[in-house]
Design a protein around this ligand. Structure first.
Ligand code: GAR
Length: 226
C-alpha cells in the first residue's frame, strides 16, 4: 500500500514537483493526501493543483502562537489521512507537539551538508564561507532545527566564484534525486533508527568503499600523481 503523505512547503515547490513526478512515473510508493502551505502565494500550491492534489493554506499569522498554528496543521494533516509529513522548503520551526504527533514519520530536506550551515540560508552561507564541498541532507525531524538523524546526503563541488544562487542551483538538482529516494525508503519500511544513526535495511554494504578506496568527490580535483 502506498504511504499516505502530506507535503508542507512555503515556496516554489520544486521538491514537491520531483516527488509528484516520481510517483506518477511509478517509482515512489506514496500518495500525496495534502499539500499544505503557510503562504497563500507559494508557487508549490499551483503545482499541486495542476496535478489535482488537495491543497490547504494555513497562515501562521492567523494564530496566536506556534502551538496553536501547529495544532491546526496536525488536524488538517490527520483529516487528510496522511501518516507521514514531508517538509519541502517549509520555512517554519515545528513545535515538540507536532514532532510527537508524527513521531519518526517526518522528513526534511536541507540544502547543505548538515550539521554544517543549518538554518534558512544554507547555500549563501556555505558559498561565502569558501567551502569546497557542499550538498544536501535528508533527515528525520526532531525537536531541534535541522538536527534529526540523517537518512542520505549528496555532495557537490563549490567554487570560489559561487554565490548562494549558483551553488544553490547545483545543490537543488541533487535534492530532486535524493528526496524521492529517501521517501521511498520510508514508504517501504527500510529505515531503521538506532539513536542518531539510520540504518538502511537490505542494502548491499559497499565493501570496497569502506576502506576509503571507493568513489569520492575531491574538489579541486587532485592532479596527476596524488
Ligand atoms: C530547497 O532548497 C530546500 O532544501 C530548502 O528550501 C528550498 C525549497 O525549494 N529548505 C531549507 O532551506 C530548509 N532549511 P523548493 O520550494 O523549490 O522545493
Amino acid at each position: 500500500m502506498a504511504l499516505p503523505i502530506a507535503v508542507l512547503l512555503s515556496g516554489s515547490g520544486s521538491n514537491l514537483q520531483a516527488i509528484i513526478d516520481k510517483i506518477e512515473a511509478g517509482g515512489l510508493d506514496a500518495e500525496i493526501k495534502l499539500v499544505l502551505s503557510n503562504k497563500a502565494e507559494a508557487f508549490g500550491l499551483a503545482r499541486a493543483k495542476k496535478h489535482d492534489l488537495p491543497t490547504a493554506v494555513l497562515s501562521h499569522k492567523d494564530f496566536p502562537d506556534r502551538d496553536a498554528f501547529d495544532a491546526a496543521m496536525i488536524e488538517a494533516i490527520r483529516a487528510a489521512g496522511a501518516a507521514a509529513v514531508i517538509l519541502a522548503g517549509f520555512m517554519r520551526i515545528l513545535s515538540p507537539a507536532f514532532v510527537a504527533a508524527f513521531a519518526n514519520k517526518i522528513l526534511n530536506i536541507h540544502p547543505a551538508l548538515l550539521p554544517s550551515f543549518p538554518g534558512a540560508h544554507g547555500q549563501p552561507e556555505a558559498a561565502n564561507y569558501g567551502i569546497k564541498l557542499s550538498g544536501c541532507t535528508v533527515h528525520f525531524v526532531d525537536e531541534k532545527m535541522d538536527h534529526g538523524p540523517i537518512v542520505i546526503q549528496a555532495a557537490v563541488p563549490a567554487f570560489p566564484d559561487d554565490d548562494g544562487d549558483t551553488l544553490g542551483k547545483r545543490i537543488l538538482r541533487l535534492e530532486h534525486r535524493i528526496y524521492p529516494q529517501a521517501i521511498q525508503w520510508l514508504a517501504t519500511g527500510r529505515l531503521k533508527l538506532e539513536g542518531r544513526k539510520v540504518r538502511l535495511s537490505d542494502a548491499d554494504l559497499p565493501q570496497a568503499d569502506m576502506s576509503g578506496a571507493g568513489p569520492c568527490l575531491i574538489n579541486p580535483a587532485l592532479e596527476q600523481g596524488f
